[in-house]
Write a protein that binds this ligand. Structure first.
Ligand SMILES: [Zn+2]
Ligand SMILES: [Zn+2]
Length: 121
């Protein structure tokens, strides 16, 4: 599966912001440099405010352990997903679908498009 194929389907990788809990696009956070490596883990943020809050007191957010809560199950393979893990999201006809990885998302999307007989959405 090439990156191009994945991009065509508009799959986005998100991870939750440890400060506000929002799902943040990994690509956008990396482009805007809104990430911080702490304790061998990479945290990403929705905004510079959250980034600064974390920088000022990373231990507070890391020790609260807001990560690890159930964030749903993969719509293709049924794997449990938890906050703080990378989650692949895809918009299908205005509805948000969540998957454990980009591969699951692209397989689901392909099947979905095949069933409906549509080449592109
Ligand atoms: Zn935030
Ligand atoms: Zn999956």
């Amino acid at each position: 599966m090439s990156i191009d194929t994945i991009k065509n389907f508009d799959i986005e990788i998100t991870r939750s912001d440890p400060v506000c809990g929002m799902d943040v696009s990994l690509e956008k956070a990396l482009t805007k440099h809104l990430f911080h490596i702490y304790g061998h883990k990479e945290y990403i943020f929705c905004s510079s405010e959250c980034f600064n809050d974390f920088e000022n007191d990373p231990h507070r957010y890391v020790s609260e352990e807001i990560y690890g809560e159930m964030a749903g199950v993969c719509e293709l393979c049924g794997k449990e997903m938890r906050t703080g893990e990378d989650i692949a999201t895809a918009m299908i006809k205005g509805e948000m679908h969540k998957f454990c990885c980009p591969t699951c998302a692209s397989v689901y999307l392909k099947d979905n498009l095949k069933l409906k007989g549509e080449g592109n959405v």
